[in-house]
Design a binder for this molecule. Structure first.
Ligand code: BDR
Ligand code: CA
Length: 318
């Protein structure tokens, strides 16, 4: 079983990543930390609690509240044109009965990893703010993760906020830079692979047909939440009836690295203020000297990834 910490900014695709992790028989989620990004941190936290309640996975999942803004910059606010006014595509979920824990996200990450050295996989699918602050507070954690899988960035694919920058790294470049400069064992699941891993309207119909009664509510939520996401991808990428599964893919890859082809390259994060803010710069020169080696996912078996995701949503393999 893969013991996992998730860091999220829930978010439509974050919600799907959380559902996947909670429903997968291969994963035990030991806690979820929240942050600003797709929406503000309070809404991201409430969304996370509601999605956990929806998943009804049979064990307790503590939620710890994290950063409300980037380390040095300003949070430019939610993105309702992508993720709806409530962050989850305006899908309605019953309010959560559970509350977040008292401990902050960074203290929670630090405590968990110190209590379980070498055991936990951290998957981040939001800004890297919580992780960067945790590293600053307790630098010793750098060697204590089993691995850290990060949804963020783009190497050869274009960016999605600027021509060269992806939202999670653009949203807090200084945090991303701290993480990249650290010796954390990081795997980057970026737009090179996530843009190719798409949920389609046909998939949703298949889910509806195949969902057993106890998974109906989950499938209805997925359909309601992704409606707006389809519209955004049609507008922004000219995808017809398809939307990118960024955050779920990071969770999938964390557990099943054979879904992707990985290449190690030296890399740094650009902390400029223009288009390149949060850009990943890889040094692909023969005598590569800038940055440190980072594992980048450059190819993905997208059909296998999506099939795996869908089967878990309808409870297969449990
Ligand atoms: C990332 O940005 C967010 O909008 C998504 O949830 C995902 O984590 C994709 O660039
Ligand atoms: Ca996200």
């Amino acid at each position: 079983i893969n013991r996992m910490l998730l860091d999220v900014d829930t978010g439509i695709d974050d919600a799907l990543a959380i559902l996947y992790a909670l429903l997968s028989p291969e994963i035990k989620v030991e806690g979820i930390t929240t942050g600003f990004g797709n929406t503000d941190v309070a809404q991201a936290t409430e969304n996370t609690l509601r999605v956990i309640q929806l998943a009804n996975c049979g064990y307790e999942v503590p939620v710890a509240v994290g950063a409300a803004s980037p380390i040095e910059r300003i949070f430019h606010g939610a993105v309702p044109h992508i993720h709806g006014n409530n962050g989850i595509g305006d899908a309605s979920l019953p309010p959560s009965i559970k509350k977040p824990i008292e401990e902050s996200a960074t203290d929670f990450i630090i405590r968990k990893v110190n209590e379980n050295p070498g055991e936990l996989i951290l998957v981040t699918v939001g800004r890297l703010t919580n992780l960067a602050i945790a590293l600053q507070k307790d630098p010793s954690i750098v060697t204590k993760f089993k691995k850290v899988v990060i949804m963020g960035g783009a190497v050869f694919a274009p960016g999605n906020v600027t021509p060269v920058s992806e939202a999670n790294l653009y949203g807090d470049p200084e945090a991303a830079s701290i993480v990249f400069e650290s010796e954390l064992p990081i795997t980057i699941v970026g737009l090179d692979v996530t843009q190719r891993t798409r949920l389609t309207r046909n998939h949703l119909e298949m889910l509806s047909r195949q969902a057993p009664p106890d998974k109906r509510e989950i499938v209805d939520f997925i359909k309601e939440a992704t409606e707006r996401y389809f519209a955004f991808y049609e507008f922004s990428n000219h995808f017809i009836g398809e939307c990118a599964m960024h955050d779920p893919l990071a969770v999938l890859v964390a557990v099943n690295p054979s879904l992707v082809k990985i290449e190690a390259m030296n890399a740094v994060i650009d902390c400029g203020t223009g288009y390149t803010a949060g850009m990943i710069i890889t040094d692909r020169r023969v005598r590569s000297i800038v940055g440190r080696a980072v594992d980048f996912c450059l190819e993905v078996d997208e059909e296998k990834a999506i099939a795996q995701m869908l089967s878990v949503f309808i409870g297969e393999g449990r």
